[in-house]
Ligand binder design. Structure first.
Ligand code: HEM
Length: 348
């Protein structure tokens, strides 16, 4: 018997359905999209010099020590991936709780002193106005801009920035080491795990591929790749996705598994310059981490790796877009949270 298939929903509702589904899938926090409360130039009226003050302190720190750009960039990432971009990464542990800062993946974070110096200046100029979460976002943007040659040479944007940073975040009151350990990506993560972790923050494959390019800057320590070099799986001593000769060289540099003093450049010879050199290393199986190499295991991320090798300009412009995306993760805005007066402790 032929079945008569009737539409289950009246016509106008059927037409609206795709929109409703999109609505459900969109990253909406608490009933409305809070990211819309972030905007470029949030402090234009309340503290017109805010961005200039951050830039001045970051530029001075970079002038004194070029390697400070990497930890400033990493701080914003580690902030956003745990409880959203709410400066929870800056809070100190208390007698009753161990803060993110003291979680294992965060023990190699640095440049807290630069953030404190910025905050001190801002509190003098505009008390209780500029959040620590926004300081992290602006400082990360400034750090990466100051490390990018086309930007410092005036060939990018007129204002000397790689991208425009949104502001308007507020600071959280909670910081948990357990949450940091659970939410931060691990250097041994494979592509599926990385995709899931990024997706849980509302970030896609492109964000994953382009933000991994942050590893153009900075250094790692031996414990972050020890397992990869000597004790990978029951089947392999060394990670098969690592170039054999490169692996041998790294094993020599990391002579003991406990060595946490030796610094390994992410991109040997250019780890203070922000460019697409990282992707050439990955394409040659010379990414430092299994997670870097994992970008070759997915068709879409692999295409992006090769695309960024071909066009550094595209990498730099996509990087700015994805930094803005990351900066929107689970933000506190409006009357939520607070504006801390000292970034390491919540206000009374
Ligand atoms: C995709 C997943 C990621 C993993 C598994 C990962 C893991 C790591 C690890 C293990 C280190 C070295 C820690 C050490 O031994 O000192 C590191 C360093 C670094 N990471 Fe990532 N990371 C990831 C994504 C990102 C993102 C998205 C950013 C920024 C947007 C970033 C920025 C940095 C920077 C700049 C450094 C160098 C820090 C320094 O020199 O002080 N990473 N990362």
């Amino acid at each position: 018997m032929a079945m008569c298939v009737r539409p289950l929903l009246p016509h106008p509702v059927r037409l609206l359905l795709p929109l409703l589904v999109l609505e459900v899938l969109a990253p909406v926090h608490g009933g409305y999209d809070k990211t819309s409360l972030l905007r470029v130039g949030f402090y234009k009226q309340s503290c017109p010099d805010a961005e200039a003050i951050v830039r001045e302190v970051v530029a001075k720190a970079v002038g004194d020590d070029q390697t400070v750009t990497a930890p400033l960039l990493r701080l914003h990432f580690h902030d956003c991936f745990v409880r959203g971009c709410d400066a929870s990464v800056l809070l100190n542990s208390t007698q009753t709780s161990t803060a993110e800062k003291d979680a294992k993946p965060n023990l190699t974070l640095d440049a807290f002193d630069v953030i404190d110096a910025i905050k001190e200046k801002l509190e003098k100029k505009c008390p209780r106005t500029v959040s620590c979460a926004d300081i992290l976002a602006i400082a990360a943007r400034d750090a990466v801009s100051l490390a990018t040659k086309v930007v410092t040479q005036g060939q990018w944007r007129k204002d000397g920035n790689l991208y425009e940073v949104e502001t308007g975040r507020r600071d959280g009151r909670v910081s948990s080491a357990k949450e940091a350990a659970a939410h931060l990506p691990d250097s041994f993560d494979g592509i599926r795990k990385l995709i899931t972790r990024f997706a849980s923050k509302g970030l896609g494959l492109k964000d994953l591929a382009v933000l991994s390019g942050a590893h153009a800057l900075g250094n790692s320590h031996c414990p972050s790749l020890e397992k990869r070099l000597r004790n990978f799986t029951a089947q392999y001593d060394t990670d098969p996705t690592l170039d054999a000769a490169y692996g041998a060289m790294l094993r020599q540099q990391c002579s003991t598994p406990e060595d946490n003093q030796t610094e390994l450049a992410m991109v040997p010879g250019s780890s203070t310059t922000f460019d697409a050199a990282y992707y050439s290393l990955v394409a040659g199986n010379k990414g430092l981490f299994h997670s870097d190499q994992a970008l070759l295991s997915n068709g879409a991320t692999r295409m992006l790796v090769y695309g960024y090798i071909r066009s550094e300009k595209r990498f730099l412009s996509d990087f700015g877009v994805s930094m803005v995306n990351m900066g929107r993760v689970a933000v506190l805005t409006g009357r939520q949270g607070q504006v801390r007066t000292r970034c390491a402790v919540i206000n009374n």
